[in-house]
Design a protein around this ligand. Structure first.
Ligand code: HEC
Ligand code: HEC
Ligand code: HEC
Ligand code: HEC
Ligand code: HEC
Ligand code: HEC
Ligand code: HEC
Ligand code: HEC
Length: 433
């Protein structure tokens, strides 16, 4: 009977020893990662050392695995996706998955133009794919990437908290949004930073305004209270359902939806693309859904302004969008008539003899030899100038809303009228020969 405690003790000691050896190996591996990487990639190691992760022992191998241990097998290092972060940051991962950022990769790939452009700009991340690599990828999406020879860009979380510092404070800085929310079709950075809200933020940063002066950042309005779910009422395309009660606006939006390929230009029936719009949440599909987002925003304005003030400002954005849609639809109808009259030929890839915005500036589908210039002016009117008109209004930037937006739309319309005239005359001349 006295033997039992001895056996138990031996087992316990052995067990402890095994655990100790295992710990030792684990620690050794970790030291190896850091020891070797201090030479191989010193910058990454110093960045990691400044992070909260280093303080609490979230080491290289927690995210990259332990398979790769030597110079020869770096290919075995795991490139961690969002679910690895999600193992410990469950709330942020869940919130992120409910927001618009989670659709970035899919919405890019839903555009026909994407598959015609160089891979370096898409899968390689130096163009559209550099901003649209947001979103949890499915296994088949990952496989498609790896088959094309692309190994990186598996993680969305490092877009605002860059690796390997992974800092909260960096993501709270509006400049964390700048790389993507700038430029041609969504210059929110330029609009915010040069308007009063942004100007106040910079003044604060330089100590010209007191620390507790108010100055709303992108995050305050779009990721309030630390949420990782982002979504707006109008969204990017500036369309929604149901159709407006105003007859003219309803007609104009129908025209725009045809040029987006969401409605069949002949019958007005929904096309396959409406499914994509729904699946990727590209537009609010009910009045309630739209109003819900709007109410949240009015509440945010209400942190500083009166509710009436906020609501009035936003309503102006809606009204301006209606007027912009009038110009837009006029222009689309002019170009559509050229297709209808056979003056512009339907490109092989286009579903219909009608302008198709989803080919972006490739206004003759695959062929780079015969762009339709008038279609390009039309696309620019939509993607650059209509965007700036209403985005500028919502971001309280007078210059963007007028000169870069509305004024340019009127210029585009004039150009389209002139070009259509010329095209018709040329066509008539050819016909009479
Ligand atoms: C003996 C040196 C050595 C050790 C130990 C080591 N690495 Fe590496 N690691 C390298 C080298 C060399 C590369 C390749 C660098 C290059 O491509 O220029 C690399 C690459 C990597 C990469 C990038 C892979 C890629 O495809 O770009 C990661 C991530 C990585 N190591 C993580 C780790 C982790 C985690 C450990 C510990 C479990 C570790 N390393 C241990 C030398 C080492
Ligand atoms: C909290 C998770 C996390 C930790 C901890 C971590 N990494 Fe990374 N690392 C990432 C992510 C995310 C990427 C980008 C993956 C991608 O592009 O698909 C990455 C990419 C890399 C790369 C390849 C890309 C490049 O810029 O060269 C190297 C090398 C690397 N890590 C080394 C290390 C080393 C060394 C350590 C420890 C000092 C470490 N990592 C710790 C998450 C982590
Ligand atoms: C093994 C668990 C674990 C993993 C995996 C992990 N983290 Fe963390 N992380 C923590 C803990 C614990 C903290 C400190 C507490 C907190 O802020 O939640 C932290 C802190 C953070 C912070 C706040 C840092 C600050 O400045 O206050 C960010 C941002 C962060 N992690 C991002 C990431 C990202 C992105 C990934 C994936 C690439 C990741 N983490 C993977 C455990 C983890
Ligand atoms: C500079 C970064 C950047 C580049 C480059 C870029 N995008 Fe975007 N894209 C964005 C941002 C940011 C948004 C959201 C803008 C907004 O809502 O105002 C967006 C929105 C979109 C949307 C609408 C998504 C939705 O749900 O409403 C589509 C589709 C899209 N982009 C496709 C593309 C394609 C295709 C390319 C390349 C031909 C491209 N983008 C290039 C950053 C970029
Ligand atoms: C669009 C930018 C953006 C992206 C993408 C992003 N974050 Fe954040 N994250 C933020 C902001 C902003 C904060 C600061 C919130 C606040 O002020 O409380 C933050 C804070 C955090 C914190 C610290 C929470 C706390 O209060 O201590 C963690 C952890 C974190 N994020 C994890 C993640 C993970 C995991 C992902 C990917 C699923 C991710 N983030 C993607 C913007 C982002
Ligand atoms: C004072 C609040 C506020 C600030 C600050 C702010 N926005 Fe906005 N943002 C709005 C409003 C309001 C809308 C329109 C919402 C709607 O559709 O009703 C909007 C819309 C957007 C959209 C959708 C397309 C559009 O422009 O209409 C994106 C993307 C966006 N903002 C990004 C940003 C970024 C990035 C920053 C910082 C550089 C920023 N916003 C700063 C209030 C703000
Ligand atoms: C790596 C690029 C990138 C960064 C960084 C980024 N975004 Fe985005 N953002 C996008 C893309 C791409 C979309 C469009 C996603 C889609 O396809 O639906 C988007 C969409 C949005 C939308 C939704 C607009 C709508 O359609 O309703 C808002 C709001 C937004 N971002 C705010 C922010 C804020 C605030 C930050 C900084 C804290 C930020 N983003 C950082 C790329 C980025
Ligand atoms: C965190 C506080 C804060 C929030 C939130 C905020 N603002 Fe402001 N806003 C300011 C301050 C401060 C000014 C500059 C005051 C001035 O011009 O005298 C300003 C200026 C403005 C102006 C320009 C006023 C003028 O006379 O030129 C408009 C318009 C505006 N805000 C609209 C909005 C809208 C719409 C929202 C919500 C989408 C909003 N603001 C959210 C603080 C805020």
């Amino acid at each position: 009977m006295k033997l039992m405690p001895v056996v138990v003790s031996i087992i316990l000691v052995l067990g402890t020893l095994i655990v100790a050896v295992e710990n030792c190996i684990a620690a050794e591996e970790e030291i190896n990662c850091i020891k070797c990487h201090r030479r191989v990639t010193p910058g990454h190691v110093t960045d990691w050392e400044t992070s909260t992760h280093a303080e609490i022992g979230v080491d290289c191998s927690v995210c990259h695995g332990t398979e790769h241990q030597s110079v020869k097998n770096a290919n075995l290092a795991v490139m961690p996706d969002e679910s690895v972060c999600g193992d410990c940051h469950y709330d942020q991962f869940e919130q992120f998955q409910k927001g618009k950022h989670n659709h970035g990769w899919k919405s890019m790939n839903a555009m026909p133009v994407t598959h015609l452009e160089p891979d370096e700009l898409m899968e390689g991340g130096r163009g559209c794919g550099g901003c649209h690599n947001m979103g949890v990828k499915t296994d088949s999406e990952k496989q498609a990437l790896s088959e094309k020879g692309y190994r990186y860009q598996n993680n969305s979380c490092d877009e605002c908290h860059t690796r390997h510092t992974f800092a909260k404070s960096e993501a709270q800085d509006p400049r964390a949004c700048q790389q993507c929310h700038m430029g041609y079709d969504h210059p929110q950075w330029e609009m915010w930073s040069s308007a009063k809200h942004g100007t106040r933020w910079f003044a604060k940063e330089q100590g010209r305004l007191p620390e507790n002066a108010t100055a709303p950042t992108c995050q305050d309005c779009h990721l309030p209270n630390g949420t990782h779910t982002n979504r707006t009422a109008w969204g990017f395309f500036g369309v929604r359902l149901p159709m407006p009660e105003d007859k003219q606006w309803a007609e104009d939006r129908t025209t725009i939806l045809k040029a987006l390929g969401v409605l069949n230009p002949k019958t007005g029936e929904p096309t396959k693309r409406l499914e994509v719009i729904k699946e990727l949440d590209m537009a609010r599909l009910t009045e309630e859904d739209w109003q819900n987002e709007r109410n949240k925003m009015i509440k945010t304005c209400g942190q500083c302004h009166s509710k009436t003030y906020g609501a009035t400002q936003l309503k102006m954005g809606d009204d301006l969008l209606q007027k912009a849609d009038r110009l837009m639809a006029k222009a689309i109808n002019i170009v559509a008539a050229l297709y209808a009259d056979g003056i512009i030929k339907k490109p092989a890839e286009y579903e219909y003899a009608y302008p198709d915005f989803m080919y972006f500036l490739r206004t003759n589908g695959k062929s780079l030899d015969h762009m339709s210039h008038i279609d390009q002016v039309l696309f620019q009117m939509y993607m650059k100038h209509r965007m700036r008109t209403y985005q500028g209004c919502f971001h309280v930037n007078p210059d963007y809303a007028y000169w870069y937006g509305w004024a340019m739309m009127t210029k585009d319309l004039g150009e389209i009228e002139e070009l259509a005239d010329t095209l018709r005359k040329l066509h008539a001349k050819k016909e009479s020969k």
